[in-house]
Ligand binder design. Structure first.
Ligand SMILES: [Zn+2]
Ligand SMILES: [Zn+2]
Length: 320
């Protein structure tokens, strides 16, 4: 990505904060590299693209602790050595529980939203921070209890299963796709394209297709390598030939990327077969699926992510 200069924008609004960032009227903040940061923690580039598309953590330009996006991988590596969020206890808990980090403009406490000249000094005694921390700690405890429970049940189930079923489960990413008929995939794509109206977001349409493709993958029992349930914080995921308990959102994130990749390749095959290029809308979907396989659910805006995550979770609850 080319480095963008914030100057023109800063001049326009004149509302520059101490570190040179600029607040727009709608409360978005423009960082030094010219990206906007929205309230829900996503970055927007000056041309309106969500910069996670090009700068996602997947290509090493985003700090996973403070979510800051850099124009070069090297800058990001340097930053991570001194990132102030890296040692933060609350941030550690957020990462453990798969809770999204919501960045705020500088000089603002991200827990109570108030402005301070020395935010970190304030945070030593911020009450909202303590409450939030307790909430996350409770979540971790709940998660640990569930994971232990799931592990125990799993061991029992596993022994029972050995006698009656002889299915070798394919690990995540290694699913077999032979049973999937391309005609059905075309129908599914057309169904979603037909349902979408002008207001529908591409990432939500593409994400819903990925969820439906996941249902197709799971039609054969050897591909059912993820077990999630309605309210449980723990999932069972088969990454290397055996099931392990894991936080449900982390398990969903990786599976979603993997299925997006399968779907992307299958769409390639479809385009090859029909011997002509996709029409405009389908091509846009195909490009969107490419982003999904790289950035996953986390690359979307919070609201879109919630919709797609739910659909994808439900897709994984079939056949259980
Ligand atoms: Zn950082
Ligand atoms: Zn505070």
């Amino acid at each position: 990505m080319k480095r963008k200069k914030p100057c023109s924008f800063v001049e326009k609004c004149g509302n520059v904060t101490a570190n040179g960032n600029c607040m727009t009227a709608n409360g978005n903040c423009m960082t030094a590299n010219g990206n906007y940061m929205t309230a829900n923690g996503n970055y927007m580039t000056a041309n309106g693209n969500n910069s996670n598309d090009e700068d996602g953590t997947s290509n090493g330009k985003q700090c996973e602790y403070c979510m800051q996006v850099f124009s070069r991988v090297q800058n990001c590596v340097q930053h991570k050595k001194i990132c102030h969020e890296k040692e933060c206890e609350v941030r550690k808990l957020e990462m453990k529980t798969g809770t999204k980090y919501v960045p705020v403009p500088s000089k603002t406490c991200r827990f109570c939203d108030k402005k301070f000249s020395r935010t970190r000094k304030h945070q030593e005694k911020c009450k909202k921070k303590e409450i939030y921390k307790k909430k996350l700690q409770n979540l971790v405890t709940k998660m640990d209890v569930e994971i232990t429970k799931v592990k125990t049940t799993h061991v029992t189930n596993n022994t029972q299963n050995i006698g009656c079923t002889n299915v070798t489960i394919n690990a995540v990413g290694k699913e077999s796709l032979e049973h999937i008929q391309l005609g059905k995939v075309i129908d599914m794509i057309e169904y979603h394209n037909g349902k979408a109206d002008r207001a529908s977001k591409l990432c939500v349409i593409a994400g819903s297709m990925v969820a439906d493709f996941q249902k197709m993958i799971r039609e054969v029992s050897e591909n059912r390598n993820l077990k999630v349930s309605e309210r449980k914080q723990a999932a069972l995921i088969n990454r290397n030939g055996q099931f392990e308990a894991e936080e449900v959102n982390l398990a969903l994130d990786d599976t979603f990327k993997s299925t997006s990749s399968h779907f992307y390749n299958t769409m390639n095959k479809l385009e090859e077969n029909q011997k002509q290029q996709f029409k405009r809308h389908t091509r846009e979907i195909h490009n969107e699926v490419y982003q999904l396989k790289n950035d996953g659910l986390g690359g979307m805006r919070t609201r879109d992510e919630a919709v797609v995550r739910k659909r994808f979770k439900l897709a994984n609850m079939e056949f259980i």
